[in-house]
Design a protein around this ligand. Structure first.
Ligand code: FA5
Length: 337
């Protein structure tokens, strides 16, 4: 009995089976209790011998159970510790932090700059009426200059705006003929242009409009010079070339110097040392009038720039399509300080 019990105690795998063994061998219905209970039936000589033997067996089993219990409890604690331990030497998981898209960063920089010059921000719809996109800008139906911007029409009267200039008319209408109006309007525009390194069918523009008494072409030139120097550095030159837009008279296009250009950004400069970044001019009297401003009292200038081209020049990016492909390897290079 003793050997059998000790063997079972030793091979017990957990505290529960150990408890079962304790009940089985030492419990009220166990064999040892039974022997002790039957002592009365034994002879005087047998009693101390059997009694001693039974006690020895009981003590041996008890002590085996106690040892085993201590052993199992220790094992349990060890296992628990191993399971819960933290390896402080493991390298941490890197936290991916988001950052601004380079185009967003440039647009915000331009916005901040113009806010600093007293402009406020206006926004308008991307799905636009033919009236605001063209007619209110001196481009009646059948005007040949409509072809300058090949359009995505939705219906005969509704299209995806081809530029941010419709907001000139919208904002002036909202001012009900009373100046000053001094806004910039950033937003997406759409044209049926074939995508290449410097053209995209969907791109951003930032419109500027300043209407007040006595606004002159020299004010436009002054503002654009400040803008170019702030954006690209003091040593940049600007150049205004005569141009044509039906909604401005006179009209200009602004080039910015890129003499110090080297590397991939140079392809944007087309090796001439100048790159065109915006169209501008004095708001056509007819446009002022159509939107409720008296051209005898008010004059104004307007401009429309392409922030992609500006970002390309600023960061030496040689293909406009990088902005839209969302290749993380490209985007990661523009961490904000
Ligand atoms: C216009 O869209 C006129 N609305 C700008 C204007 C506003 C003139 C106010 C006068 C007064 P233009 O089509 O040139 O003009 O476009 C203006 C700028 O948008 C360009 O200088 C260029 O930077 C950018 N741009 C034009 N087409 C694309 C294109 N397909 N992809 C990327 N940028 C373009």
């Amino acid at each position: 009995l003793r050997n059998e019990a000790l063997e079972q105690v030793n091979s017990a795998e957990d505290l529960k089976s150990l408890q079962d063994l304790r009940v089985k061998y030492l419990g009220k219905k166990g064999p040892i209790t039974e022997v002790l209970r039957g002592m009365g039936k034994l002879s005087k000589e047998e009693r101390p011998v059997i009694g001693q033997l039974a006690n020895e067996v009981r003590e041996a089993i008890e002590s085996a159970i106690k040892d085993k219990q201590e052993h199992l409890e220790l094992e349990k604690i060890k296992a628990q510790l191993a399971e819960e331990s933290i390896d402080v030497t493991l390298p941490g998981r890197p936290v991916q932090s988001a950052n601004h898209h380079p185009l967003t960063a440039v647009i915000e920089e331009i916005e901040d700059l113009f806010i600093g010059l007293g402009f406020s921000i206006a926004e308008g719809p991307e799905v636009e009426n033919d009236y605001y996109n063209f007619e209110a800008l001196n481009l009646p139906k059948d005007h040949p200059a409509r072809d300058m911007q090949d359009s995505f029409y939705i219906t005969e009267e509704i299209l995806l705006r081809t530029h941010t200039s419709p907001n000139q008319a919208r904002v002036m209408e909202a001012h009900k003929g009373k100046g000053p109006v001094k806004i910039i309007c950033p937003g997406k525009v759409y044209r049926r242009d074939t995508d290449d390194a410097t053209h995209s069918h969907q791109f951003m523009q930032i419109e500027g409009l300043y209407v007040d008494k006595n606004v002159r072409l020299s004010d436009l030139k002054g503002i654009l010079t400040v803008f170019a120097k702030e954006m690209f550095g003091e040593d940049r030159q600007i150049r205004l070339r005569p141009s044509y837009f039906p909604f401005t008279e006179p009209s200009v296009e602004m080039d910015i110097s890129c003499f110090h250009c080297s590397g991939s950004g140079c392809s944007v400069c087309k090796k001439t040392g100048w790159i065109e970044i915006l169209g501008a001019g004095m708001v056509h009297p007819h446009v002022l009038e159509m939107s409720g401003f008296d051209p005898k009292v008010y004059t104004g200038f307007a401009f429309g720039m392409g922030p992609e081209r500006i970002a390309m020049l600023k960061y030496g990016i040689n293909d406009i399509r990088h902005f839209y492909n969302n290749d993380v390897r490209f985007l990661k290079q523009f961490k904000r300080a």
